[in-house]
Design a protein around this ligand. Structure first.
Ligand SMILES: [Mg+2]
Ligand SMILES: [Zn+2]
Length: 236
């Protein structure tokens, strides 16, 4: 039964083919230099980017027009639709922010496919400033202070009684690696070809000789879709 699967997606460079936080600086290229600050946590940098855009009088509508030009990764909408028609539980864990993700899912007509979104909470004030907060605090030494995806996945599995489910984790980046450490050998990690997560997974097998979930590299969402279709068939 397909309902014994749990799909977890990253957002930037996974569901969408770019980084929402750098994409938004297309509105005002001068804001880009703020993102080179090594001393600040990325979420705090984005709070500063949003303050700068607010000072320059960019509104929610400008943000929306800018985000509309960020494409979904090829095949990802089809993958989300398939997951939805199979009644597979589906969540997003992302270090972007709740506003960008919800807006793009709605704009892409795929909001109904996703049950939960775990991301840094972002809200518009009456004066059109987008505010952003850290998602949580945690004790993981490997992750940025605002978000540990491993911690989020662990509580998600516990809170939704999903320990028995087979997890399908779809991601690309370094911050997805911690989540894969929470997964069982019978789970699947879909790691984007040519991106950091796949390299880290290969290294951890070679260097640490670690048992890990089944790793499947992907280039488009269609690659993942055909794998997920076979996994669904096997489960029936
Ligand atoms: Mg990513
Ligand atoms: Zn972590």
């Amino acid at each position: 039964m397909a309902s014994n699967l749990l799909a977890v997606f990253d957002f930037d460079h996974t569901l969408v083919d770019g980084n929402t936080d750098t994409w938004i600086t297309k509105l005002y290229e001068d804001a880009r230099h703020l993102q080179n600050n090594q001393d600040l946590c990325w979420t705090d940098i984005m709070a500063e980017v949003f303050r700068t855009l607010h000072e320059k009088k960019f509104t929610k509508l400008d943000f929306e027009h800018c985000l509309q030009s960020l494409p979904f990764t090829e095949g990802m909408k089809e993958l989300l639709s398939f997951i939805s028609t199979q009644n597979i539980q589906c969540a997003i864990i992302s270090d972007s922010n709740s506003y960008f993700i919800k807006y793009l899912l709605e704009f892409g007509n795929v909001m109904h496919c996703v049950k939960e979104i775990y991301s840094n909470p972002a809200n518009w004030t009456d004066s059109q400033l987008l505010t952003i907060k850290h998602y949580h605090t945690h004790n993981c030494g490997q992750c940025p202070i605002n978000m540990c995806k491993g911690d989020i996945l662990k509580s998600y599995i516990r809170n939704t009684d999903s320990a028995e489910k087979t997890i399908l984790y779809i991601g690309d980046g370094r911050n997805d690696y911690c989540a894969t450490l929470q997964m069982k050998p019978s789970d699947y990690v879909f790691a984007r070809e040519g991106y950091r997560l796949l390299k880290l997974l290969k290294q951890s097998v070679q260097i640490l000789q670690k048992t890990q979930p089944i790793v499947i590299p992907w280039t488009t969402g269609f690659d993942i879709l055909s794998e997920v279709k076979s996994i669904v068939e096997e489960q029936e």
